[in-house]
Design a protein around this ligand. Structure first.
Ligand code: ADP
Ligand code: ZN
Length: 722
């Protein structure tokens, strides 16, 4: 493919406009997709060959490609995916490529096959840096010097010094565990009639070997998982790789174990707290095709797939598929894009499909299979509303008398109850009774949230932490700061008082992360705890077989938001959390506390009439030209100085071109007018479906180069309106 007079166009994982050109030195064999090392200024960077060209006669002198890595090239499909995704979200393609290359270990040569572990000898001298290294080494895993240094936030020299001291010793890294081939007959259930029909329909689509999106629309507990396992089995049987995407939080050990039972092999798992070496193992296995089944969070899309032939997106409605930082992308939408480029089917699964997906079904663009009943038990949990205007709890309590009685009864029966409140921390607001001052983040225009278990105040926008002051910072009166409103911790405090004998667990992202959280979830699954207090963390995809009562403490929270999907999300969350009840032997019920029992959403929830509610919601969106009937993009301008940001935003507004079917709303100060000390202004761009939103944004914003502290951020199909 290349002679000694060729030029390689190499895409680098950097925010550059496009690939850079390098000379291919004689004797170096490259093809499109090859991973190469190239010089960039004084550094060497790893990139991917995006194209090869014969050398033009007038070419200026180019630097040479330094080396090529001995691994399978990045497929053409994957390269197209990177380009298309970048164009869709108006990102430099290099920023997308950076997400593909996120396994640095995979590019380290054989020289790095040494790892370091603690000898048990204490270091002769203990600095804070050394202590951090020893703390990590004490966990017992041998790690490469670079990984250990990075994990401890120190330089390599610290590791070397500790080794000289005798506190660390080198061991050879064991060879990476290979991925075993799946056994397709290992552990399927005998499917019931509806499941069989659904599985058959999916297998027929897989057999077509074409792009087609299929929705599995089935109530919670109907066996959607079993059905998409059949689609995965068919794909594996045909020799392809299968990716199962889950919202990060649903990626639990019991779920992975379930995949393992079905396919007889441990699937490759991909999520944010994978150890570096496992990250490398999965990345390599995906690249060489030996990892056949990957169960992963949204970023698994970017793994260097060799022959991906099916993506399943479980809980496809989940807003966690939208990434807001870095490259803002929606993993469900990008899964569909990948399938269309790679010409393979994509299966979406949910008990509460998104309006986007349902409208695509209505239009005939997506196919659908339906599962109407729970497996083994026809009844869904009964949903009751508690009208909080009548069932007034005592003034300092959040659990109404009827809900408290139901919890008592459940616990007395030896069953498990869940109290759901989608608010982290102890109280969302702290006020001074003496002067009315509210405690705010110094960096953000937002209230600080009390986290009593950690004895701190926290900003949920920037992570700022401070101790709870004794006196009001404004009027200096002591002892008059009071919490306002409930968070899960405050709810837990009330529950401990009311149900002193309960074995209680709080599931909230602040209190447990990573493996701790997975352990807590397992405790609930196995019935070690009988009263669970949880945020939306528990609403997603879990199977808690002992749970028979779900109490929703405040159903009205998200209804008040500025998000056009606020009502839909409330609906999905309530239906999902209610659906956690009664998945085992005993039937379940849900009690929903609301001040709005006559709201159409609450009525539909009680009567189980999803269609009429969603039809109403569709009509509202269609009239307003909101997604999925129209498209949105948010443009956020930020900077250090408020007046400068405003001026810049107003200028930008005046520069907006006129275009048919596209309206620019704003600029206006963002609802959260400052985050991390940066002032924020927003535009909302509304486009009719047939208008070319990306071309418009490129025309308007392409030439804009913000100066100084100013920055411009584009969010296509936004899910955050703050
Ligand atoms: P969903 O994904 O729709 O919420 P699951 O696939 O998790 O539903 O199924 C709910 C429960 O019912 C699981 O414990 C699952 O193992 C069980 N189940 C589903 N289908 C069958 C079947 N055909 N035979 C036996 N058990 C089944
Ligand atoms: Zn803050």
């Amino acid at each position: 493919m290349t002679g000694d007079s060729a030029i390689a166009e190499v895409l680098l994982p950097l925010a550059l406009e496009g690939p850079y050109s390098y000379r291919v030195p004689p004797g170096l064999w490259l093809e499109p997709g090859s991973y190469v090392a190239v010089p960039l200024g004084p550094r060497q960077v790893i990139g991917v060959v995006w194209g090869l060209a014969p050398r033009a006669a007038t070419e200026k002198t180019l630097r040479d490609v330094a080396a090529v890595f001995d691994m399978p090239p990045l497929s053409e499909t994957h390269r197209k995916f990177v380009d298309w995704l970048a164009a869709y979200y108006l990102e430099p393609p290099g920023n997308v490529l950076r997400m593909v290359l996120r396994a640095p270990g995979a590019f380290e040569g054989p020289r790095e096959q040494l790892a370091w572990r603690a000898t048990g000898e204490p270091p002769k001298r203990l600095t804070p840096q050394r202590a951090r290294v020893m703390e990590i080494a004490a966990q017992g895993f041998a790690m490469r010097a670079g990984e250990l240094a990075e994990a401890a936030g120190v330089g390599i020299s610290v590791i070397k010094a500790l080794a000289r001291d005798g506190a660390l010793e080198a061991v050879a890294l064991p060879a990476m565990r290979p991925f075993a081939a799946p056994d397709l007959l290992a552990g399927g259930y005998a499917l019931n009639k509806d499941q069989q029909a659904a599985a058959e329909a999916l297998r027929a689509v897989i057999a077509q070997r074409q792009h087609k999106v299929m929705l599995i629309d089935g109530v919670t507990g109907s066996g959607k998982t079993e059905v998409y396992f059949e689609a995965m089995a068919a794909t594996l049987a045909a020799g392809g790789q299968a990716l199962l995407l889950l919202p990060e939080i649903a990626l639990t050990q019991p779920f992975l174990a379930r995949v393992e039972r079905r396919f007889g092999v441990e699937p490759a798992a991909w999520h944010s707290d994978l150890r570096p070496r496992e990250r490398e193992r999965v990345w390599r296995g995906v690249a060489d095709g030996s990892a056949r089944i990957v169960v992963g969070a949204r970023s698994a899309l970017f793994l260097p797939w060799k022959s991906l032939k099916l993506i399943v997106v479980d809980e496809e409605h989940d807003a966690a598929y939208k990434q807001d930082d870095g490259v803002p992308y929606h993993a469900r939408d990008m899964a569909v894009l990948y399938g269309s480029i790679g010409r393979f089917p994509v299966v979406l699964s949910s008990a509460t499909p998104s309006l986007e997906t349902l409208v695509n079904v209505d239009r005939g663009r997506y196919g659908v299979v339906r599962l109407k009943d729970r497996h083994g038990r026809p009844e869904l949990p009964e949903i009751g509303l508690i009208d909080m205007k009548r069932a007034n709890p005592e003034s300092s309590a959040w659990i109404s008398p009827p809900l408290a009685a139901a919890v008592r009864e459940t616990l007395a029966n030896g069953d498990q109850a869940l109290l759901f409140l989608n608010r982290r921390g102890y109280a969302p607001l702290t006020l001074c009774r003496a002067c009315g001052h509210r405690l705010e983040c110094p960096q953000c225009a937002a209230a600080l949230v009390e986290h009593r278990f950690r004895r701190q105040l926290m900003c949920h926008h920037c992570g700022h932490l401070e101790a709870m002051p004794r006196a009001c910072p404004a009027c200096h009166t002591e002892g008059r700061l009071v919490p306002v409103g409930p968070g899960v911790e405050r709810l837990a405090e009330e529950a401990m008082e009311r149900f002193p004998d309960a074995r209680l667990a709080i599931l909230s992202s602040d209190l447990a992360r990573g493996s701790l959280l997975r352990d807590a979830i397992r405790g609930v699954e196995e019935g070690e705890t009988n009263l669970v207090i949880g945020t939306q963390l528990v609403a997603k995809g879990h199977h808690f077989p002992h749970l028979t009562l779900v109490g929703v403490v405040d159903a009205d929270l998200a209804l008040e938001s500025a998000d056009p999907r606020g009502a839909e999300r409330t609906w999905a969350m309530l239906a999902q959390v209610a659906g956690r009840a009664g998945r085992g032997q005993k039937p379940g019920r849900a009690l929903v506390q609301t001040y709005l029992p006559d709201h159409p959403l609450m009525r539909a929830l009680k009567s189980g009439d999803r269609e009429s509610y969603l039809n109403q919601e569709k009509a509202i969106r269609e009239n307003a030209g909101l997604p999925p009937y129209g498209r949105l993009a948010a443009v956020i301008v930020s900077g250090a100085e408020g007046p400068e940001v405003e001026r810049f935003a107003r200028h930008l507004g005046l520069a907006a071109p006129l275009a048919d079917g596209i309206t620019v709303l704003g600029p206006a100060a963002a609802p959260i007018a400052m985050v991390r000390g940066r002032h924020r202004w927003r535009f909302l761009v509304k486009a009719r479906r047939e208008a070319n939103l990306q071309a418009f944004l490129r025309l308007w914003l392409g030439p804009v180069k913000p100066k100084g502290s100013l920055a411009l951020q584009i969010d296509v199909d936004p899910y955050s309106f703050l």
